[in-house]
Design a protein around this ligand. Structure first.
Ligand SMILES: Cc1ncc(COP(=O)(O)O)c(C=O)c1O
Length: 414
């Protein structure tokens, strides 16, 4: 069967959807190469938020009046869009949370505190963002479970050869890993890890914050049990995200936050919980933000995830080639065919903040720091790196401007 590549997206054309690019920074066009930290928002999402507030806003699941019903329908409609977006078997498996961090904490607290104890092993990787590392380290500490790390090889990829020895350390109960690393761009073998986790009788928790915006996600094909992601990294508003979880697990777990609409019945003596997903949605939700998240999913679907993935892959190939021309540069992470549109590097011994400041004067925005991955920085033997990350609106000429800016930084700090 002939393999056809997805249609090429037109990033120049898509940029017209993003009002942020109408401004200049230090007199230069904005080259925003920091989409891994957060993406910009297209007019379609901004207009949806405005329209929702102006015509349909009310609290959800509370009133019997028309506006509340309209608002509830929009909020639940967004849940349906998200369920389809990750191929969830049921809409009820999508829980609205504040972001990937809260989704991962929900699992660590609600599942971990009850199910972990001495003799149990929680497996994370050296590549985790703090949001999928610290909760597990903390809950393992509180329950007496042992925290084990899957190490990285020199390419910044997981060394799975140690899995058997990890299994020998105790009862493996949780495996937690990102599908795409925010620091190195590594694409991780979640299907393999899910199968291994289930062989051990463990649950597989996936941090999808850097994957969902950039590639088609099918939670059933990944074989995982939980998958967390954030709207603000995929053209949507801040303060909302989604946790997908298997229904039977969500039904069997205790709630994480208490109060508001998550109850079935409250008496002076006791409280019983509402149905999933309401059981996990305590208090007034980020209602308009969830609706905006739905609009972001519509936007991304319209552009096409396969086209986005292809575009970012081409940018990663180009960036790795061009950056390799810069003297004294050290690039981190795997080859382009096994990484997303994220490139981390250091420029000689120039501090990453100094590099980023020179680039800012050129209108080029990149991240400098530990990327919320301090254990990984420890592994790499550095305090910080520079990181350029791409999205559907990134242009190849912005990578040229990055390279020019790096050459300028070398001269400034020579
Ligand atoms: C891989 C990864 N996981 C989790 C997070 C946390 O996402 P949020 O801050 O939206 O909760 C991020 C954000 O940078 C991330 O890159």
């Amino acid at each position: 069967m002939a393999v056809t590549s997805p249609p090429k997206l037109d990033a120049h054309k898509l940029r017209a959807d993003f009002p942020i690019f109408e401004q200049q920074i230090h007199g230069k066009p904005l080259a925003y190469l920091d989409s891994a930290v957060s993406t910009h928002k297209p007019r379609q999402v901004l207009e949806k938020l405005k329209d929702f507030y102006e015509t349909s806003y009310a609290n959800v699941h509370r009133g019997v009046y028309t506006l509340s019903e309209r608002s509830t329908a929009e909020y639940e409609g967004a849940r349906q869009k998200l369920a389809r977006f990750v191929n969830a078997p049921s809409d009820r498996e999508i829980v609205f949370v504040r972001g990937a961090t809260e989704g991962l904490n929900l699992v660590a607290y609600a599942w971990g505190l009850v199910n972990l104890g001495p003799g149990d092993v929680v497996v994370v990787t050296e590549l985790e963002h703090h949001s999928n590392f610290v909760p597990w380290q903390y809950i393992a500490g509180r329950t007496g479970a042992t925290l084990k790390m899957i190490e990285l090889d020199d390419n910044g990829e997981l060394d799975l050869s140690a899995l058997d020895s990890i299994a020998g350390e105790g009862r493996v109960k949780v495996v937690a890993n990102n599908l795409v690393s925010n620091a190195l761009g590594t694409i991780n073998p979640i299907e393999k890890l899910s199968a291994w986790a289930h062989d051990q009788g463990a649950i597989m928790v996936v941090d999808g914050a850097q994957a969902a915006p950039h590639k088609a996600v099918d939670v059933q094909a990944l074989g995982c049990d939980f998958f967390a992601f954030s709207a603000h990294k995929m053209c949507g508003p801040t303060s909302v995200g989604a946790l997908w979880g298997r229904l039977e697990l969500l039904e069997s777990m205790e709630p994480f936050n208490l109060g508001g609409h998550m109850i079935r019945k409250v008496t002076f003596e006791e409280t019983t919980w509402g149905e999933v997903p309401a059981k996990y949605e305590a208090g007034t939700q980020p209602i308009a933000e969830a609706v905006g998240f739905g609009a972001a999913v519509d936007y991304i679907n319209e552009v096409g995830l396969e086209s986005i993935e292809r575009h970012e892959h081409e940018l990663a190939v180009y960036a790795l080639d061009r950056l390799a021309e810069v003297p004294d540069i050290k690039l981190y992470g795997p080859p382009a065919d096994r990484r997303a549109g994220i490139v981390s590097f250091n420029l000689g011994d120039i501090h990453p903040h100094d590099v980023a400041q020179v680039l800012d004067l050129e209108g080029v925005a990149i991240r400098a720091g530990h990327h919320c991955c301090q254990p990984l920085m420890q592994k790499l033997g550095v305090a910080a790196t520079n990181r350029a990350s791409f999205y559907l609106y990134t242009l190849p000429e912005e990578i040229d401007r990055l390279v020019d800016g790096l050459n300028k930084a070398r001269k400034v700090f020579a």
